[in-house]
Each structure stands twice: as C-alpha cells, then as structure tokens.
Design a protein around this ligand. Structure first.
Ligand SMILES: Cc1cc2nc3c(=O)[nH]c(=O)nc-3n(C[C@H](O)[C@H](O)[C@H](O)COP(=O)(O)O)c2cc1C
Length: 176
C-alpha cells in the first residue's frame, strides 16, 4: 500500500448508492473527486454541495473540457487507484465498450492504459433494484443490456467490479 499516492474518486449521475459512496469518501485521506456532468447535477438533486468536499480538503475536478484535461494527472504518478462509485448504467456501458466521452469514462480508460487499478461500483446489477429518487424510493427493472454490460466489465483486467457496499469496502481495504 502506497500512502504517498492519492485516490481518484469518480462520481457519475446516479442517485443509487450516492449517499453510501459519499460516506466512504469522507472517511478517506488523500482523495480527489472527479465528476461527470451528470454527477455534478445529481449531487445538487440530493442536496450535496461541492463545498462539502472542498471544506474537507478534497480537490474537485469537473467535466468542463472536451479533452478531459484532468486525466493528465494519471500520467504524473499522482494516483494509485481510481474508484467509480456510484456508476450509472451509461457509464458502465461506455466503459465496457471502451468508449470515453466524459471525464469519468476518460479517467477509467486512461487508468487502464496506465495500468492503474480501478474499482467500479455498478448499481444496475440485478433484475430488480430499489433506488432512491430525490424524494422517494423507486423500483426499477434493469434491462438485459444493463446486466450484459455489467458482466462484460467484470472481465476487464486490473478492474474490480462490485455490486454492494460491503464488497466496495472490501476492495478498497487493499488500497487505503
Ligand atoms: C435525480 C436523478 C437520479 C438518477 N439516478 C440514476 C441512477 O441511479 N442510475 C442511473 O443509471 N442513472 C441515473 N440517472 C440518470 C443519469 O444521470 C443519466 O443517464 C446521465 O446521462 C448519466 O451520465 P454519466 O454516466 O456521464 O454520469 C439519474 C438522473 C437523475 C436526474
């Protein structure tokens, strides 16, 4: 475990497991936050402010450049680990097919090319999921394509794909 390097935590536009992910972020040291555009919006829907992170010394990188400029930090040996949690169906689909047109999917792709380990918390992993909308719980029925993309991503090298908070914590333990 290398404590001189940081963790790049990526949040996408998922309300599902957002609260749990943020609770873990706040327990970590040496963590920076990377947001997809939808991730930034969804934080507001669930009443989180970027100040909540900045006030704890967490640097926040937003998705504001077409080239995903912050990925260049991955070339500088700054990060030992990338975490994508929570990961939307969209982000899982992009990542599993090698697409990268958001800051988060670019972080994942470039981490792979730099042989930096990733942990991905996929949220649509069961035929039925109960999720937290901003004002109430909702039952959703992920489609076959969501379940297929999740299975596809699990085959990636150097990537732990987890489907619950306990497994996320267990995967993180090796790195913090
Ligand atoms: C309040 C709110 C909650 C959402 N929660 C989820 C979610 O739990 N899972 C999901 O796959 N998409 C969710 N979405 C939709 C995504 O934000 C949307 O698909 C977005 O394009 C994903 O972009 P990203 O993967 O780049 O973050 C939510 C949208 C809103 C407005």
């Amino acid at each position: 475990m290398d404590n001189t390097k940081r963790i790049a935590w990526c949040i996408t536009g998922s309300g599902h497991y957002l609260k749990e992910s943020i609770e873990i972020i706040f327990t970590l040291k040496n963590v920076d936050l990377f947001l997809s555009g939808a991730g930034e919006e969804v934080l507001k829907w669930y009443n989180y402010s970027l100040e909540d992170f900045k006030s704890k010394g967490i640097k926040v990188f937003k998705d504001i450049t077409a080239s995903s400029a912050p990925v260049s930090l991955l070339y500088e040996n700054v990060y030992k680990l990338i975490v994508v949690s929570p990961a939307t169906s969209n982000t899982i689909a992009q990542m599993s097919y090698g697409l990268s047109d958001t800051l988060v999917t670019n972080m994942f792709a470039q981490a792979g090319k730099c042989k930096i380990h990733s942990i991905v918390f996929a949220c649509d992993t069961e035929p039925t999921v109960i999720t937290q909308a901003p004002k109430k719980s909702v039952t959703l029925y992920p489609r076959d394509i969501e379940l297929e993309n999740y299975e596809k991503l699990k085959k990636f090298k150097n990537v732990d794909v987890v489907d619950n908070v306990m497994k996320l914590n267990r995967a993180l333990k090796k790195w913090v």
